[in-house]
Design a protein around this ligand. Structure first.
Ligand SMILES: Nc1ncnc2c1ncn2[C@@H]1O[C@H](COP(=O)(O)OP(=O)(O)OP(=O)(O)O)[C@@H](O)[C@H]1O
Ligand SMILES: [Mg+2]
Length: 260
């Protein structure tokens, strides 16, 4: 493994320490997050749910180094996060693709940012595109793809560098139910086979429980950690097994009550 793909194990440890984020705005300051202390273990799958506007995206942006905390810090593998790290995969709610570039070249972008892409990088890009079911579209432009297909390109791009951390902000919210289910299953397979730590924001409690080792429930703004739920459902998981399990419904109810 070359060093572009990241020395994995320690890099997957995320420490959030006394994190407060206040945005300055013309209408007055908005405190989005307040006093978040949280540790995410290497290789953990953490789900995050919480009411709209409670600071979930803000938290992810701080972890990804896209914005700076007002107070406190985030450490990854022991190092304070100060800027975006190309070894962290980030999937936003809407696909963010360069419209003039072919699908394959969009997926190659992270390799270009970290250096000169090799033949091996190109093979990896083609492999992840196959994984998300887009082998036939590598030469198309994003505008020629459906919204769901564009989002799958974003997922492929995030996976291409074999990230030590994958940050996903409601990545499948815009997909139809069937595509979403298959992306969830695929994501668990990829996570299981890789060493990746995943932080996954969603509005969907069932999705959070199906995917996660733990689910963080956030309070209304300013976002705080209201509850942390251990999802003691056996793996590997299938939808039918999970839905047949009493514990799934108990946990779902517990989260529901907190969100109301
Ligand atoms: N760039 C910004 N400038 C000012 N305020 C912001 C900015 N980004 C977010 N906020 C505010 O911070 C709060 C948290 O926003 P954030 O996007 O993190 O919430 P969220 O939990 O992701 O919501 P949703 O579930 O709707 O995506 C909101 O009140 C929002 O108005
Ligand atoms: Mg958000």
């Amino acid at each position: 493994m070359n060093d572009k793909t990241g020395e994995l194990s320690g890099r997957g440890h995320i420490e959030i320490d006394g994190l407060t984020k206040t945005y300055a705005s013309d209408a007055g300051d908005i405190t989005a997050l307040e006093g978040i202390d949280f540790d995410i273990a290497p290789r953990e799958f953490l789900g995050i749910v919480g009411p709209s506007g409670c600071g979930k995206s803000t938290l992810l942006r701080c972890v990804g180094g896209l914005i700076a905390p007002s107070v406190g810090e985030v450490r990854i593998g022991g190092d304070v996060v100060t800027e975006p790290d190309p070894r962290i995969g980030y999937v936003f709610q809407q696909a963010v693709l360069l419209p003039w570039r072919r699908v394959l070249d969009n997926v190659m972008l992270p390799f270009e940012i970290t250096g000169r892409p090799t033949g091996e990088d190109r093979a990896k890009a083609l492999e992840v595109l196959e994984m998300v079911g887009l082998s036939e579209y590598v030469n198309h432009r994003p505008g020629e793809l459906s919204g769901g297909m564009q989002q799958r390109v974003s997922v492929a791009r995030a996976l291409a560098v074999e990230p030590s951390i994958l940050l996903m902000d409601e990545p499948f919210g815009a997909l139809d139910a069937q595509t979403r289910d298959s992306m969830n299953v695929e994501l668990l397979r990829i996570w299981h086979e890789s060493q990746t730590t995943v932080v996954f924001v969603t509005h969907d409690i069932g999705e959070a429980l199906f995917l996660s080792d733990r689910v963080m429930v956030m309070s209304v703004r300013p976002g705080r950690v209201q509850d942390v739920i251990d999802v003691d459902l056996p793996r590997p998981r299938t939808f039918s097994e999970v839905e047949a399990d009493e514990r799934f419904w108990t946990l779902r109810q517990r989260i529901r009550e907190q969100l109301n």
